[in-house]
Write a protein that binds this ligand. Sequence first.
Ligand SMILES: [Zn+2]
Ligand SMILES: [Zn+2]
Length: 381
Amino acid sequence: MESAAERDQSQAPWLAHFMRRGVPGGETMRIATLYGPRDFRLEEWDKPQITADDGVLVRLRAVALCGTNIHYWEGFGQIGPGIPVAYPLPGGFGHEFAGKVVAVGPRVTRVQVGDRVALDPSEGSACGSCFYCAMGKTNHCEQPRHSSLFGFVEYMTSYERGLYKLPDHVSTDEGSMLSAIACSVHGVRRALTPGDTVAVLGSGRLGLFAVAAAKHLGASKVIATYKYDFQAQMAEACGADVVLRGTEAGVEEKIREQAGGRGPDVVVETVGGWANTIQQATDVVRNYGTVVVLGTFNDKVPVDTWQAMYKDVAYVFSYINCRQGSRTDLDLALEMVAKGKLPSKEMVSHRFPLEEIQAAFELMTRKDAGPQKAMQVVINP
Ligand SMILES: [Zn+2]
Ligand SMILES: [Zn+2]
């Protein structure tokens, strides 16, 4: 039987780019590997070891599930531009982590063994000195270093730079949501001027985080659209001033009315998939306003470019998170959770051990099922 390392290279050579395996130390760990659409298998792979002076080994305790995970699990779409999903897909597509530091390299000073941390693998593996890193845009680093294989695994190695210590009152499960909150913070802060009226289209996870981020960053009024009733309640708990059902007739007019008749200064699109919410955002944003696109789409999206031109609309497409000014997006996300700016404890609706990962993914596809809604599903490896 071929080794896991050989499999990385032969089946999915692109994996080596961003999730090279750690140096095997003889010990093994459990990993949930996807062998095909909806086909998870539990395996034992090599446990990674620290190889860098600033390296950190983390025992993952929470991996938050994300919408993109579901796309891959269902066998649909791409894992990146022009990169189709290739099976077997190691746990690598899970990417929102928190856990406990269990070993540190000799030059690590900011964290110690025993600290509970959230991890930002993108910031952590950034080189720190290239053109984009010098700008703080670590999400576009030109020479990222290798993390160990990551995803639905028990252990991963990263680097000190990408670790965020969790305060005692923030749980590890909440910590695993910080990367996703940071994605919403990233998009919102690129467009928002304090005092703006903001519409957030969609009250799924990213939408709710965008509502909370907009309020935290100084929006004077936030209007959120939703699909399910429980999302409406959550949007209000995140600080939305107005909630509107996104599918109801005339919702665009209602959004404009709530924003002084002219339309919101900023519209944050968070739906993606097959919806054409970029067009809806273009319809409702005021002239000279900004549309932020956080959703990931299943196909290329048509937009009325004449309308966009006549309205002088600016579009901001937003890719994960990084730093703007003195604060990283994840730093602000942690501040929001630590200060109770969103109901993060209530948002963690379901927890599953690694052995039940299949059930966790199935639940994610039934968003409106069950008395307890699937807001944030967390795997506890
Ligand atoms: Zn994600
Ligand atoms: Zn760099």
